[in-house]
Write a protein that binds this ligand. Structure first.
Ligand code: SF4
Length: 279
């Protein structure tokens, strides 16, 4: 049995940075709150909680304390709340997400409508929306846009969730370029880390008999890796850690591919590989 790792996998720059910022803060803060899960990985979260991090799902009643903003970012109202309630912000928003906030904010101020392609329920998308005062529309894909968008002659700026599927992103870009409409601006906001991970996952799935995609079940980028691999290799399994390895289903595979989402630390990937090799 051969184990092949994807060329690009596991935690990205933005998640590593958020973990480092949070761990640093935990050394000096007695009580530290995080708005939503810092990282969609239960093992890492449990370890941070043991050090004093509390995950909260809404800001109600948070006063006179310190709040980590995770790499997904948040809308402006959260910053406003913190200023008003004497909450110190420890900002771990990924710079690539922060760039999207600036793009939509600036274009809103300049009178553009904003279209976000992404998962409307995802916190990153909600955070981006939170920097637009009005005229913001969210679509999951091109069909959703074509079926539901009311055409207007307004200037329009289009952005994408950073983890948006790169193939769909390219199709959408092509579609809007083909309209040849100068009032529509398409901003390339898919994260290169995501793109590299997704392309590497494709190559891996073509090459292997089975693929293990490692990452938390809440992780949207892991879900996309899973979908990409599953399309090309039917024996693709999504696991959170070594406990989920489907030994019976992969035991006859000659080549097992390994990839992991942006919330999966390398240590968890190594543990999976050791277990697959030795059991
Ligand atoms: S996937 Fe990209 S945008 Fe998202 S946190 Fe990582 S580096 Fe930042």
């Amino acid at each position: 049995m051969e184990i092949i790792r994807a060329d690009h996998y596991a935690t990205c720059f933005g998640v590593d940075r958020a973990l480092e910022i949070t761990n640093d803060a935990l050394e000096s803060e007695t009580e530290l709150y995080c708005y939503g899960e810092l990282i969609h990985n239960n093992d890492v979260l449990e370890s941070l909680e043991r050090k004093g991090l509390h995950i909260i799902e809404d800001l109600q009643d948070l006063k006179d304390s310190s709040l980590v903003i995770r790499s997904h970012g948040v809308g402006q109202s959260v910053y406003d709340y913190c200023v008003k309630n004497n909450v110190r912000i420890i900002d771990a928003t990924c710079p690539k997400v922060r760039r999207i906030h600036s793009i939509v904010r600036q274009h809103c101020d300049d009178g553009y409508d904003i279209i976000i392609f992404g998962n409307r329920d995802h916190p990153e998308v909600q955070g981006i929306k939170g920097w637009c005062e009005k005229g913001v529309y969210i679509y999951s894909d091109l069909n959703d846009y074509k079926n539901n968008h009311n055409y207007s002659e307004n200037k329009t700026c289009i952005v994408f969730q950073t983890t948006y599927n790169i193939n769909k992103h390219n199709d959408i870009k092509e579609y809007f370029y083909s309209l040849n409409n100068n009032a529509i601006i398409v901003k390339d906001t898919v994260c290169r880390a995501t793109e590299l991970r997704q392309e590497a996952a494709k190559r891996l799935a073509v090459e292997c008999d089975s693929v293990l995609v490692i990452g938390g079940k809440q992780s949207s980028n892991t879900k996309k890796l899973y979908e990409i691999c599953k399309e090309l290799c039917d024996n693709t399994y999504w696991i959170e850690n070594a406990d989920g390895i489907p030994y019976d289903l992969i035991k006859n595979s000659k080549k097992i591919g390994i990839t992991a989402g942006a919330s999966t630390p390398l240590g968890i990937v190594e543990e999976v590989i050791v277990n697959v090799r030795t059991k």
